[in-house]
Design a protein around this ligand. Structure first.
Ligand code: SAM
Length: 280
């Protein structure tokens, strides 16, 4: 239980896709002046040292952010530009030593009137996250179940919100729980924007998850998936994707532009998807 540590995976191809979509979507929502609640149901430690033993051991970041940062945010497709600029800001010029997780990204983008809510169950990661946020104004960090935290805070005051739902899926029941939590939250707050991340480890589990979302009654769900290798049960994560509920209207075109660039840079050899899972 809770053996998953994101330190081993920070900055890999799956993180880059998820965080690019997260930063792009948040940037779009912030074009309107009103305050936002950004909720991160499975927040992790927040910031990752890429020189740590864990990161070096797997070297996953080298095949993810390590292949993209040298391009520079100026030359990247719009979907990636915001993320790459924030990673650049965190690192010395020309170097890649740390990778910002979703909390560090949203902390960098937070406007004074935005509110952030982070949930993280792992005691060590929770401690690191508290250290990162530094009890900043308008930021809540709870060592609590993120599925319950999501439901407790929806709908947000002001009815503008973005939720990132990003479990590790180390427990099989997470596949059902994410769909149940998303559907329940959507019924309370149908105009909210939700980003749900999923891995493709066994295609059947990922397909069951997307089918359950498609049949849940939720409308306006855009799906982006990037396969690093063809489906291969028993060989770990070969692909990953995000489902974005109520996406920015610019997301489908941005994803269509970014995927071929990502495939080329990351030498991705699996299936890619950018399509409406559920139209309006
Ligand atoms: N969202 C982070 C990011 O993008 O940087 C990465 C999160 S990582 C994939 C998943 C995290 O969820 C782990 O740190 C794990 O300890 C935590 N976790 C697992 N079950 C949880 C639960 N029920 N509620 C809150 N956190 C949980």
């Amino acid at each position: 239980m809770l053996s998953y540590r994101h330190d081993f995976h920070a900055g890999n191809a799956a993180d880059v896709l998820k965080h690019a979509v997260f930063v792009f979507t948040l940037g779009h929502l912030q074009r309107k002046a009103g305050p936002l609640l950004v909720l991160d149901s499975h927040a992790g430690a927040g910031l990752y040292d890429l020189t740590s033993a864990a990161a070096v051991k797997t070297g996953e970041f080298r095949n993810g952010i390590g292949r993209l940062l040298p391009a520079g945010s100026e030359n990247a497709p719009e979907l990636l530009a915001g993320l790459l600029a924030l990673v650049q800001e965190r690192n010395p010029p020309g170097k890649l030593a740390v990778y910002p997780g979703s909390p560090a990204l949203v902390l960098a983008m937070k406007r004074p009137h935005d509110r952030l809510a982070f949930f993280e169950l792992h005691p060590a990661d929770h401690r690191r996250l508290v250290g990162l946020t530094g009890h900043a104004k308008g930021v809540v960090v709870e060592r609590a179940d993120g599925f319950k935290g999501l439901l407790a805070r929806m709908p947000p005051t002001g009815r503008r919100g973005l939720a990132l739902i990003d479990p590790s899926y180390e427990i099989k029941s997470d596949y059902d729980k994410v769909v149940a939590a998303l559907a329940k939250s959507w019924r309370r707050f149908a105009t909210g924007v939700y980003i749900l991340w999923y891995p493709v480890i066994e295609r059947a589990s990922a397909a069951a998850l997307t089918a359950a979302v498609a049949e849940s009654g939720i409308r306006k769900v855009f799906r982006i998936e990037l396969g690093m290798a063809p489906d291969a049960p028993g060989y770990g994560m070969t692909a990953s994707g995000v489902l974005v509920v109520n996406p920015p209207f610019t997301l489908p075109a941005a994803a269509a532009e970014a995927l071929p660039w990502l495939v080329d840079r990351l030498d991705a050899r699996g299936p890619t998807v950018a399509e409406w899972l559920v139209p309006e």
